[in-house]
Ligand binder design. Sequence first.
Ligand code: FO1
Length: 332
Amino acid sequence: MNDDQAPTTGTVGVISGGVGAARFLRGLMDVVDHEQITAVVNTGDDTVLHGLDISPDLDTITYTLSGAIDPDRGWGLVDESWRAMEALGRYAAVRPPDSGAAPQWFNLGDQDLATHFYRTARLSEGASLTEVTAEIARAWGLRIGIVPMSDERCSTIVTVTETEGADTTDVSFQDYFVRLRHSVPVAAVRFDGDATMSATASTTLADAGTIVIAPSNPIVSIGPIRSLPGVDALLASRRATTVAVSPIVGGAALKGPADRMLVELGHEASVVGVARLYADIASVLVIDPADAHLADAVEETGMRCVVTPSIMSTPEIATALALTTIESVATS
Ligand code: FO1
């Protein structure tokens, strides 16, 4: 970070999903001291496979910020090998029809497995997900705070129509996203469990000088965090210093199925649709120049609209986006 670039924001809490949030945080790390940044991260995508506790969004953020992410996939580690996954084939061939053992539809790289081994072992020793996540971040040399939204399980459940004309079924988020390749119609999304905000997430959002809602899917990435008791009320009370970055540009999602999902669930897949979802909890919406013609319509929702390039195709654009975003609600 350059001192002459530093805006007067104090600490920054970033409400985060996976890939889009990770790229935004990477930019933020160029303009704010790392110790001043805390990402409050979605864990609604978390899953258990092979008996291992897997937290995709936490890992996507950790790997991206430490420069170890596979840049093409946006998840998992660069220069990864897949020998363990291949070896599972031997057992998939003999598993009984009613067994879920040796699933191969969710790809866990050989080095990535080490993270899941460590997380699972520490959780089974009684450590909280908050503690384990901090340990993993430290192991990757990070000084920013990476905090799970909750230490309890909160699972995103997606109601889908798996085959045309069939009844709807409820599936886990990873079933929808990876196994069904997010290509089936979504009828509803809900968040199961009686989870509460983790203590660190709660302190982060209460005390941050600035809160950013990252450019993540409003329904399945930001939605699980907002579903926790007290989060929306807390954000509403911090509305003046909360800014959201639209994950929708030109009517399309930057990554993933957010655009289709918004429409299927009765929202508009545009920056105006995003503004309607966030107007009660954030005072500013950052949109891309591609949507500049919708700035007035965004402002009609009660949000101030800031127009700046938001497609983070280079690190420089991510840095400039992060700076403009936090300056949009800077106190002085
Ligand atoms: N996404 C895929 O599309 N296919 C995979 O096989 C897959 C494996 C995977 C393993 C570890 C991990 O941390 C993430 C992984 N992802 C995979 C990404 C993940 O499903 C999604 O990016 C998020 O859950 C959505 O934010």
